[in-house]
Design a binder for this molecule. Structure first.
Ligand code: NAD
Length: 488
């Protein structure tokens, strides 16, 4: 049985108040680990350690050393990639193929930020000859990093790499449902020669996150998760006006025009909705199809859904694993039933698959709800499960209006062969990412984040590093002369 501990000030320790939590395998509900369940007291200890480390020699580390650190972390991720991927699949239920891809992306993220950090240099500004005016980037300070359960280590990497690369100190708090890969990652950090307190792990629930958000000794809080927690973090952060980054939920339209390559669009509509059983913030669960191809499109989907291989993520033939938790399982079923009550037509799924292997664990059939209309709640609320809702639209205008008519603005996709239309739509859709004739690709070089209620700030790309820096204007007068303005 795996046992995890907290890592504070360079030491592995048990929570001050001694709690543990059983970690379950979502495929069969077996206990796979006992995780340390920290509290506010542990968070406070970690913040104090991070504060002290930030105010110590860590501030003097060169960009070359920090870039080297990120490259070394990438090397350790590569070394343990298979073990990490297995832990991620065990804890989240996602297929091993998906977890292996995550680990590759995580190493790439560390290498990308290593390159950016290494190329960092302050700008020299135009100024009188006796003045040196420079714009410098400096670390923000102590950063609280709070991550969700769907992409545990990937979301952590998007925060840890730029935070450490910019010279901050960090406290990471993974979801208390999925702490295992972040714990293993911390073991990798412990192999490195980092000063105590630069990197801290506090596992636990909302109260640990709340302490990071509220603490006046933390300078930044970066959170990925749901809108509900996001709102309370934003309010808590006002105590010392700390910097905030919020990556929240989405209701992401996948819009298919009649002139698209239909077979490819059908194939991608499935990828968009069923990767990690739909538990992806950018999942394309809201499918919008042009009227003239609607029936044919829905029929093609209906043909493919029963053929999706549902199973344990460790089996090579599995295409879709279980959902993460009992709570998530119930919520998704409830939403599907509410959709049907609103008038949606259940074409496939909407229940637990049949068979002995699916009796235990959080299994759901891939689900298709047709005849959904834009005014239904099921078209507006984030489902976060393996569910596609199919809406019909009759014009570009109607599609655009309906797609934008959501509080969220994370990601959208458009399928068409008409480049003019593709360009018009990508400009008019109010989402942080708009894909044309594709779904889901993201990479470290491109920014990730949401408009509207999908969040504040961006991760990845240059801006993903800048979020962890303060900008300073350094002005040095080399030949000061008296001005004689006052009483001279
Ligand atoms: P969640 O909001 O329940 O929890 C996220 C994290 O916040 C966890 O570590 C949790 O313990 C902590 N937390 C919960 N309440 C808190 C509070 N009041 N104060 C401080 N911390 C608190 O989210 P989840 O259920 O783990 O994840 C699913 C959500 O995350 C979905 O809405 C999904 O769309 C979103 N998400 C967004 C992105 C993105 O990039 N925009 C990526 C992944 C997931």
């Amino acid at each position: 049985m795996i046992q995890t501990q907290l890592y504070i000030d360079g030491q592995w320790r048990s929570p001050l108040e001694g709690g543990t939590r059983d970690i379950l395998n979502p495929a069969d509900e077996a206990v796979i680990a006992q995780a340390a369940e920290g509290t506010r007291a542990d968070a406070r200890l970690a913040i104090a350690a991070a504060r002290q480390a930030f105010d110590g020699p860590w501030r003097q580390t060169s960009i070359r050393d920090r870039a080297k650190l990120l490259n070394n972390i990438a090397g350790l991720i590569d070394r343990d990639a298979e073990e990490l991927a297995r832990l991620e699949s065990l804890n989240t239920g996602k297929t091993l193929t998906e977890s292996r891809t995550d680990m590759g992306d995580i190493a790439a993220t560390f290498r990308y930020f290593a390159g950016l950090v290494a190329s960092e240099s302050g700008a020299v500004n135009e100024a009188p000859h006796h003045v040196i005016s420079r714009t410098l980037r400096e670390p923000v300070g102590v950063c609280g990093l709070i991550t969700p359960w769907n992409y545990p280590l990937l979301q952590a990497a998007w925060k840890i790499a730029p935070a450490l690369g910019a010279g901050n100190t960090v406290i990471i708090k993974p979801s208390n449902l999925t702490p295992l890969t972040t714990h293993h990652f911390t073991k990798l950090i412990a192999e490195l020669d980092l000063p105590a307190g630069v990197f801290n792990l506090v596992t636990g629930g909302a109260e640990v996150g709340a302490e990071l958000a509220e603490s006046r000794d933390a300078d930044l809080v970066s959170f990925t998760g749901g809108a509900f927690a996001g709102e309370s973090i934003m309010k808590a952060a006002t105590g010392n006006f700390k910097r905030i980054g919020l990556e929240l939920g989405g209701k992401n339209p996948n819009i298919v025009f009649a002139d698209a390559d239909l077979d490819v669009a059908v194939d991608y509509a499935l990828n968009a909705a069923f990767f990690h059983a739909g538990q992806v913030c950018s999942a394309g669960s809201r499918l919008m199809i042009e009227d003239s191809i609607y029936d044919a499109f829905v029929a093609k989907l209906a043909e493919r859904l029963p053929r999706i291989a549902i199973g344990n993520g460790f089996h090579a033939e599995t295409q879709m694993g279980p959902v993460q938790s009992a709570q998530q399982h119930e919520k998704i079923l409830r939403m599907v039933q509410a959709g049907v009550a609103e008038g949606a037509r259940l074409v496939h799924g909407g229940k637990r698959p049949e068979g002995d292997v699916y009796r235990k664990g959080y299994w759901l059939q891939p689900t298709l709800l047709a005849d959904v209309t834009a005014d239904m709640n099921i078209a507006k609320e984030e489902i976060f499960g393996p569910v596609i809702t199919a809406e019909r639209f009759r014009s570009e205008d109607e599609a655009l209006r309906a797609a934008n008519d959501t509080p969220y603005g994370l990601a959208a996709a458009v399928w068409t062969r008409d480049l003019d239309k593709a360009n018009r739509m990508s400009r008019a859709l109010r989402f942080g990412t708009v894909w044309v004739n594709d779904y889901h690709p993201y990479f470290p070089e491109a920014p990730w984040g949401g408009y509207k209620a999908s969040g504040i700030g961006r991760e990845l790309a240059r801006i993903g590093l800048d979020e962890y820096t303060e900008l300073k204007h350094s002005y040095i007068n080399l030949a000061p002369k008296a001005m004689g303005w006052f009483g001279a």
